[in-house]
Ligand binder design. Structure first.
Ligand SMILES: [Zn+2]
Length: 294
């Protein structure tokens, strides 16, 4: 399935202003991050093409989340994953899920893509938390399965935190045979584990190859950075090595891969996030190098 039909000349990145919101919660920049990272990408000379997402139909979100929960959040009768009933967050949710799905479709065509999304993996069947409302990763899996576009998906979650919501949805829907879920946050917490972490990233190759997924969804979280107030594990260079290893694995196994931004909480006193943006741009640079676009 999928596969590149022509030589890649640009990296397609799912983004539109519909994905940006204001949760009112200063601690997490995830709501505004799509906009900030897109602006930073526009300032580069990299061959990047932005693609606007379609909003995910509510019926598709309800394939993995209970309908009552989904409707209550969208109608702002229940708090979102930021713990608020922000109208802008409610408006953005179907677009961030749509960006995740849209980028998966592009990856199936072109081999690689990205979406400027965050805030998926703590969202479980009946609730969101930890800056996550709907689980765009699992909504995407359910859509791809329902449309018979893929048989199996590998989710490589390299965010600092454990993807408990993702696992809860896999368990609730009996998807363990179709979704390989590797979440590094379950095991790796301390800087002393950095070498073991990277060794585990390299060791993914065998596990992923044996599972034979049709696509990889990669959570390239920046909160694993050693200075992150909610994380703290890898140096900047070790994060680059992580990204390079994941992308090289996908390219060498000819596995379509799409990644997203996931966490990153190094917020400056003025609310800006230059260090988080730089870490995300490093991920882009490593991907562009692996696919020989720069
Ligand atoms: Zn995280």
């Amino acid at each position: 399935m999928g596969g590149r039909r022509h030589r890649l000349t640009s990296l397609k990145v799912l983004f539109s202003a519909d994905m940006v919101s204001d949760s009112g919660l200063r601690m997490s920049p995830s709501d505004r991050k799509p906009g900030v990272v897109s602006e930073a990408l526009r300032r580069t000379v990299w061959p990047i093409e932005f693609v606007a997402p379609e909003p995910t139909p509510v019926v598709d979100v309800c394939r993995v989340h209970e309908q009552d929960f989904v409707e209550a959040v969208l109608e702002r009768r229940r708090p979102n994953g930021f713990g608020s009933v922000s109208a802008s967050v409610a408006r953005s949710l179907l677009y961030t899920c749509g960006a995740c799905y849209g980028s998966a479709l592009i990856a199936l065509e072109e081999g690689v893509s990205a979406s400027l999304t965050s805030g998926f993996h703590h969202a479980g069947p009946r609730a969101g938390r930890g800056f996550c409302t709907f689980n765009g990763l699992m909504v995407t899996c359910a859509q791809l399965f329902n449309e018979r576009r893929v048989r199996k998906v590998a989710i490589l979650d390299c965010d600092y935190h454990y993807g408990d919501g993702t696992q809860a949805i896999i368990d609730a829907h009996g998807l363990a045979e179709r979704v390989l879920h590797v979440s590094f946050g379950r095991t790796y917490r301390e800087p002393q584990q950095a070498q073991a972490y990277l060794a585990a990233v390299y060791a993914l190759r065998g596990e992923v190859a044996a599972f034979e997924p049709d696509i990889v969804l990669y959570q390239a979280g920046a909160d694993v950075h050693i200075d992150d107030p909610l994380g703290g594990l890898l140096t900047t260079e070790q994060m680059r090595e992580r990204d390079r290893a994941v992308f090289a694995m996908a390219a060498e196994l000819s596995l379509p891969i799409t990644w997203n931004l996931a966490g990153g909480y190094q917020v400056e006193p003025d609310g800006s996030i230059p260090r988080v943006v730089d870490l995300h741009l490093n991920t882009f640079e490593e991907a562009l190098r692996v696919w020989k676009l720069i």
